[in-house]
Design a protein around this ligand. Sequence first.
Ligand code: ADP
Ligand code: MG
Length: 694
Amino acid sequence: MLSMDELFGIDVFSKKVMKTMLSAPIYKRLEETINEGKKLDREIADEVASAMKNWAVSKGATHYTHWFQPMTGITAEKHDGFISFSEGGNVIMDFSGKELIKGEPDASSFPSGGLRSTFEARGYTVWDPTSYAFVKGKTLYIPTAFCAFSGEAIDKKTPLLRSMDVLSKQALRVLKCLGVVASRVLPMVGVEQEYFLIDKEVYKKRKDLIICGRTLFGAPSPKDQQLDDHYFGMIKPRIQAFMEELNETLWRLGIPAKTEHNEVAPSQHELAPIYESCNIAADHNQLTMEIMQRVADKHGLVCLLNEKPFAGVNGSGKHNNWSLATDTGYNLLAPGKNEKENLIFYLFLTAIIKAVDEYQDLLRISVASASNDNRLGGSEAPPVIVSMFLGEELSDILDSIASDSTLSERKKNVMEFGVNSIPEFVKDSTDRNRTSPFAFTGNKFEFRMLGSSNSISCTNIMLNSAVAYTLESFADKLEQAKDVSACVHKIIKEEYKKHKRIIFNGNGYGEEWIVEAKKRGLLNLPSTPDCLPYMIEEKNVKMFLETKVLTETEIDARYNIQLENYSKSMLIEASTMLDMAKKEYLPAIIKYQRVLADSVKIKKDIGLDKGYKYELSVISKLDLISESIYKLVEKLEKELVLVKDKEGYDKSKYICDVIKPLMFDLREYVDKAEVLCAEDAWPLPSYSTLLFSI
Ligand code: ADP
Ligand code: MG
């Protein structure tokens, strides 16, 4: 058996491998590209490609693929063999620098949000040397960015890399003013991933799970999560076996899976790797989601990544733990130990407060999807209102800086500071708030609105660019300042006062918060169609253009793709519901009524005149229910025809306001019928079977 040290990253074309397989000068040049984001030298590509191929072939690979992240939110790959003919006609394994650097897949079947009609169908994939290539199965995977013929990005990686670049550039400007030497600043991200595991045989019996990844019907189970007996509970042997294989598969690919535990809902679990730079964390999270499903399948399980697989029990989210670190390993969000470090800490903190307040709409958009709409705001996940939790202590310190006053006597005991110096903040690990969408947790921020199936790229694109844009404005001031320290104080004071409204340390699940947030002028955007139009607001377009993270065409394309994704997923769910109601539920209800009617008849025949009250009552209740189901089916069918004439935003809004409530009602009636029918008369496995299938 391999030791952890030998196993970790064994299938990755890592720096360690590169060092042994590349000549020293080539390795050095590639390392500069990886570490410092320097442009890749075309000349070195051939040697890198050849080394990569030799290494991959030694691991059994026969093919390579440019692996990319189109706007579908999942990854895409097209495999090409290394196979080629030599001049003498012999079969050889070949892979050139050109093939490594650039691929040309047909882009016409990926969502492009209108970019396709204006440009050619052809797309390019371009090697991203900052994320390591790896071997999976018999294929060498090369992480790539994906763009249209015109150069417009039609993926999630390109803008993420751009946002990282601009963030680094602006953060370095600020740091330089503060006397910190560094050559790159990187957003570091650790992703906590929640998921459900259910038995494959049970899964196969539910059309809604197969088609939509979540149940569209289902009466509550008598027991679900009331007893809180699943959270951190003992991990069952079958799940343990799954986790072990999952960990090993992830470690082989260099994914540092670390923490695993049972979550709140029955059958729900969580996995968290050690944090990495944002781009790599994004690639690794995509791989993790894919591998979770593959390993589950091998164990006779199905991994559900939908945000709300079951009504009435907790849904699944994904926490994006985010901090900023220099290439020298200095975490800019760690409270400082001296005056200079404190200045840096509070200045970056202020930048984030300002960015989150000004671009709260973009953060909301970054997690918007039809499935996450079912989870957010349900007292199990953060509300849809974006706010920040800093904890009382940190808020008190910022308040006192803003008002030029010293801290209260109580606080004074803990920390001394003069009016013009910045106090030390001691990390208080007990200070936790689980209801906040964006919480400071000691030396990082945890953004908790992401849904379990979301790509983390969108959130980090928004966060990185908004913070970069803010830091740019700070750097402009600092570079002109005669007294840098005084300038930092002034910025903190002014900006904190302006953006303090975004800070909320109370209960984010409470009704009072909705009222209070409205008073503060914070956005409350319950559904995806409510929030998406903010994407094309002037201030947001300006920010994206000035940071060069997205062009105007790319912004429009993304807006259209998200609208389209919402409408399509909702309509698939509506059609699946109709199909199930007509083909499974209504026939089952009628059949069960017949069973009951037969019983009445038999009882009558044997002279039990009063012994069939129960049967009659259920028959008539089911009659009323099936009548309602039938009416709703007809209504929903009519609406699905009407909605075809609508487009874009109007379509999504119509689906949200008119079609979704009908779906909700339809479910309610079917679930009422389920409760009245015998278990063996019901055509689909119940919630108790689904949730306790393992
Ligand atoms: P929890 O919130 O459940 O207590 P942890 O404290 O274990 O979780 O951290 C969750 C995630 O945050 C992990 O992926 C961890 O690696 C990551 N993390 C820890 N420190 C940082 C940091 N400085 N920057 C970004 N992510 C971090
Ligand atoms: Mg956490």
